[in-house]
Design a protein around this ligand. Structure first.
Ligand SMILES: Cc1cc2nc3c(=O)[nH]c(=O)nc-3n(C[C@H](O)[C@H](O)[C@H](O)COP(=O)(O)OP(=O)(O)OC[C@H]3O[C@@H](n4cnc5c(N)ncnc54)[C@H](O)[C@@H]3O)c2cc1C
Length: 435
């Protein structure tokens, strides 16, 4: 019986390709152009809905290594991206139309893949990969909610940026939560008046993502983007998320003019989020403006702040790191709906879901790449995160286990982590080939 893949976006295409490559029949269901999503404009498979950049290709960056891992795994999207590439420095950017056309031709002409243009409203029986993305059609959302249980689906993503602790200048910051100077829960970045006003000015002027017509026009007052609060006047942040009340800078013995608080994101305390910094700023602007905060000048973003429509599952409650649904192990999830964030992260989980669907069809155990690969780290992260307030995750070094020995400087540490990830992926693939 054919494996059914629902959704012909980035993840679905990769999943279908892997299944067909393993010698199995696949039906790939894509509802466009019959039924459109609010963001897609064409009926092409793997349409990029926003930026035409697939992210960094730097060999020692986590997104760059994720791409290298995907190439080892036989990514069809990266082959097509190569053919549609446009110059973009160290990033892999494509002519979006040429890219989606190339993917569509490859998939429609592939042996063992049948593309069916229809909206899937009910989950089929048998082996299924659900890859319907952040704009999954409402009928299928309902069906998924029945399968995974109430409260396991989110529809809007309003998240503050997350940075790595090792990239912060701790000498310029201090620990303590409000009225609890000895607490280690928060890191505080104090700003004097001059630094605050410079930051505020930059925030007000910074470029935002264009609003899509399906995004809510009126946002909930208690969860406004930080730049929106800033626009209301120079003191609004100082009396809001940047209020210094209850905090004393141990170096001066005084309450600072304003404070940015960073809250622990993971149990190990390697990741911190900027409290109250949900934002619609472009990612490059987040890098520029948030690095003006004292102590964050060289901070590494594990994920950027976002505020957009996004249907995604509470992965830790719903799926295994292998992407198998806990309640129905013949069903796998792939793409943004799993709680990863980004084009390549979505595509990479598509590869794993396809690989595992093919293994299940053959009666083999599902697998997940080791934690020290970028793909393995992502899958473990989503399936093992804290379920309360679960938010999607990008590829970043912050979610991989640290090296066993101390390596400095950071550039060398990254080189070594990249080498370790690719080495582990090669071993993983050799093991698969023998199983
Ligand atoms: C507005 C917006 C902008 C984004 N911008 C970026 C960006 O610039 N950079 C970035 O890295 N990431 C971005 N993302 C996040 C994410 O990387 C992309 O959404 C990415 O396309 C996700 O891949 P996917 O395969 O999971 O979903 P998609 O690529 O969206 O594919 C899902 C497919 O499923 C189809 N589908 C949905 N429901 C059904 C159904 N019931 N039956 C059949 N087919 C169905 C859809 O038509 C679609 O083709 C953005 C997300 C959104 C919502």
């Amino acid at each position: 019986m054919a494996v059914e893949v629902i959704g012909g976006g980035l993840a679905g295409v990769e999943a279908a390709w892997q299944i067909a490559r393993a010698g199995l029949e696949v039906v790939l269901h894509e509802m466009r152009p019959e039924v459109m999503t609010p963001a897609h404009r064409t009926g092409l498979l793997a349409e990029l809905v926003c930026s035409n950049s697939l992210g960094s290709e730097h060999p020692h960056s986590a997104p760059g290594v994720l791409k290298a891992e995907m190439r080892l795994l036989g990514s069809v999207l990266l082959e097509c991206a190569e053919e549609a590439r446009v110059p973009a420095g160290r990033a892999l950017a494509v002519d979006r139309e040429a890219f989606a056309r190339r993917v569509t031709e490859r998939i429609e002409s592939a042996a063992r893949i049948r593309v069916v243009r229809e909206e899937v409203r009910h989950l089929p029986e048998g082996l299924v990969v659900v890859a319907t993305g952040p704009l999954t059609s409402p009928a299928l959302v309902e069906e998924l909610e029945c399968l995974t249980g109430a409260g396991t689906l989110y529809f809007f993503d309003a998240a503050s940026p997350i940075v790595t602790r090792e990239s912060l200048d701790l000498d310029r910051m201090f620990w303590g939560s409000r009225y609890q100077p000895h607490s280690w829960d928060y890191l505080n970045a104090p700003l004097d008046e001059e630094a605050y006003l410079a930051f505020w000015g930059a925030l007000v002027e910074a470029e935002r993502h264009p609003r899509h017509d399906f995004e809510p026009e009126h946002l909930f007052e208690g969860c406004l983007p930080i730049e929106e609060l800033a626009r209301r006047g120079p003191d609004v942040l100082r009396f809001g998320p940047l209020k210094p009340v209850g905090l004393v800078d141990p170096r001066t013995g005084r309450m600072p003019y304003a404070v940015v608080q960073l809250r622990r994101e993971d149990r190990e305390g390697r990741l911190f989020n900027l409290v109250g910094f949900q934002t619609n700023l472009k990612w490059s602007e987040q890098r520029r403006v948030f690095r003006m905060i004292p102590g964050l000048e060289r901070c590494e973003f594990v994920r950027y702040g976002v505020m957009h429509r996004n249907t995604y599952l509470c992965a830790p409650l719903v799926m295994e790191p292998t992407l198998l649904c806990r309640r129905r192990p013949s069903l796998l999830f792939a793409g943004q709906i799993t709680g990863v964030e980004g084009y390549m992260e979505s595509a990479a989980t598509g590869i794993l879901a396809g690989l595992n669907a093919a293994r299940l069809a053959r009666g083999l155990e599902p697998v997940v790449p080791p934690r020290d690969t970028v793909l393995g780290a992502l899958c473990h992260y989503i399936a093992e995160a804290r379920p309360d307030g679960f938010q999607p995750m990008n590829a970043s070094w912050g979610i991989l286990p640290p090296l066993e020995h101390r390596v400095r400087p950071r550039r060398r540490r990254r080189e070594e982590m990249a080498r370790r990830a690719l080495g582990s992926m090669e071993v993983f693939l050799r093991t698969l080939a023998n199983s």
